[in-house]
Design a protein around this ligand. Structure first.
Ligand SMILES: CC(C)(COP(=O)(O)OP(=O)(O)OC[C@H]1O[C@@H](n2cnc3c(N)ncnc32)[C@H](O)[C@@H]1OP(=O)(O)O)[C@@H](O)C(=O)NCCC(=O)NCCS
Length: 386
């Protein structure tokens, strides 16, 4: 032992507060979520991704003119430089969509008109708006290039979600689908100090530029314990194959101590309120969609019922935001490997807002680890080692 005092180690930083914030509140015990004081239910019902992004970044809801200008800025930033599109085309087929996104975001300053790392808060917000819009355009283009090799620029008559679908498919989406994606995006826009937001802040706390910080956030989001769970949850639904196989599959997985992706949460020990909103969509799309979507939907609802009965009240393991996303995204026409990149685009306002807030009173993040190995080991020259 290094010394005889053992500190309390909070594995995974569980239960540790590292900063104060006015951006987001998660009440894990009650299953409640607020962005800047507004409940997620009221935002999902009344707001849009653009308005929520404005709220998260500026701290208050915009008026009509401010929202219009903000939306135009975001949409214009979704247009990509030809060389950036070429970069995406060069990586297409060689890496997963999420890896392409990570690489392209780290290269974004090469295609930005502004200088990296602005000093004034207003300039930083401008930079953040550019990043949010650009990532949305990049994600749509990664999908489009993989689908048909083409780049379609944004249409100024559409909002961000509508443009993601337009740039992805080369045709304008219908209102219902576009609104569904809009709500999905706003539900993912922010979620306090989750792993990717924390990672963003850790990188930014060294006073690295915002592109580096956001790239760090994307790296953390990728994992299946975090944002990557949405793709894995759909993989499971595919593996189950038929609704009647659901209970047996879940039973065996739990007996084998496997985790069911899209369930459980570090903070929520109650039903994730975002999952409730998405579940309502599932009930809506159950009829009148493709057989594939109907099958995923039926499997998802049966799996949820069983998991909630088995592990809900007893272990505090409930569906999280990633469980029902797969069937909804499939209904909308989003390919599976774009789920997590789309999550990243949706979360980018949250990452940026936290970074900007933290920089207002920056402190390098540098926790301690408790060394429990040996000390002062005599050095043995290499020729004397066995
Ligand atoms: C999100 C997650 C990482 C939170 O984990 P955590 O707070 O570190 O909790 P743990 O992973 O230590 O899990 C605690 C217990 O619940 C169980 N558990 C947690 N999530 C579970 C799941 N999805 N399916 C089955 N059991 C689960 C663990 O096996 C563990 O059981 P034990 O006490 O008998 O060993 C975890 O719930 C998980 O891996 N979920 C699946 C991935 C996912 O959906 N991620 C997206 C989160 S938004």
């Amino acid at each position: 032992m290094a010394d005889n005092t053992t500190p309390t180690i909070m594995k995974g930083l569980e239960g540790v507060y590292f900063t104060e914030t006015k951006i987001c509140k998660v009440d894990g015990a009650k299953g409640r979520l607020w962005y800047r004081g507004y409940s997620i239910e009221s935002l999902a019902k009344n707001s849009s991704f653009e308005e929520v992004s404005y709220l998260i970044l500026y701290g208050s809801l915009p008026n009509v003119d401010a929202l219009g200008a903000f939306r135009n800025k975001l949409v214009s930033c979704m247009a990509l430089d030809g060389k950036l599109v070429d970069l995406i085309k060069g990586l297409n087929g060689k890496m997963a969509a999420m890896d392409i996104l990570r690489t392209i975001v780290s290269a974004m300053p090469a295609f930005s008109e502004k200088k990296v790392f602005q000093n004034e808060n207003d300039e930083r917000i401008e930079e953040a708006i550019e990043i949010v819009g650009r990532i949305c355009g990049i994600v749509a283009t990664i999908g489009a290039v993989s689908k048909n090799g083409n780049y379609t620029g944004p249409d100024s008559t559409l909002g961000v979600a509508g443009n993601i679908l337009y740039m992805l498919n080369g045709k304008k989406p219908d209102e219902k689908t576009s609104r569904m994606l809009d709500v999905m995006m706003l539900l993912h826009a922010e979620h306090s100090s989750n792993a990717s937001t924390f990672c963003t802040i850790v990188a930014g706390s060294t006073l690295a530029d915002i592109y580096s910080a956001i790239t760090a956030g994307i790296c953390a989001l990728k994992g299946p314990l975090h944002g990557g769970a949405d793709e894995k949850a759909l993989d499971m639904m595919k593996a189950i194959g038929s609704p009647d196989n659901t209970e047996k599959y879940i039973e065996e997985a739990l007996e084998g101590k496997k985790k069911i992706m899209g369930f459980g949460h570090r903070v929520y020990k109650a039903y994730d309120p975002r999952a409730k909103v998405i579940k309502a969509y599932l009930e809506d799309i159950q009829n009148g969609s493709t057989l594939e979507v109907q099958t995923f939907t039926a499997i998802a609802l049966r799996a949820e019922k069983m998991m909630v009965e088995k592990l809900g009240e007893t272990k505090g393991i409930w569906p999280n935001v990633d469980f029902f996303s797969g069937p909804v995204y499939t209904y909308i026409g989003i390919p599976k490997d774009l789920f997590t990149p789309l999550f990243a685009a949706s979360r980018s306002p949250g990452w940026c807002a936290h970074m900007l807030e933290y920089w207002q009173d920056n402190k390098l993040i540098r926790p301690l680890d408790y060394y429990n190995g040996q000390l002062d080991i005599p050095y043995v020259p290499i020729e004397q080692r066995k």
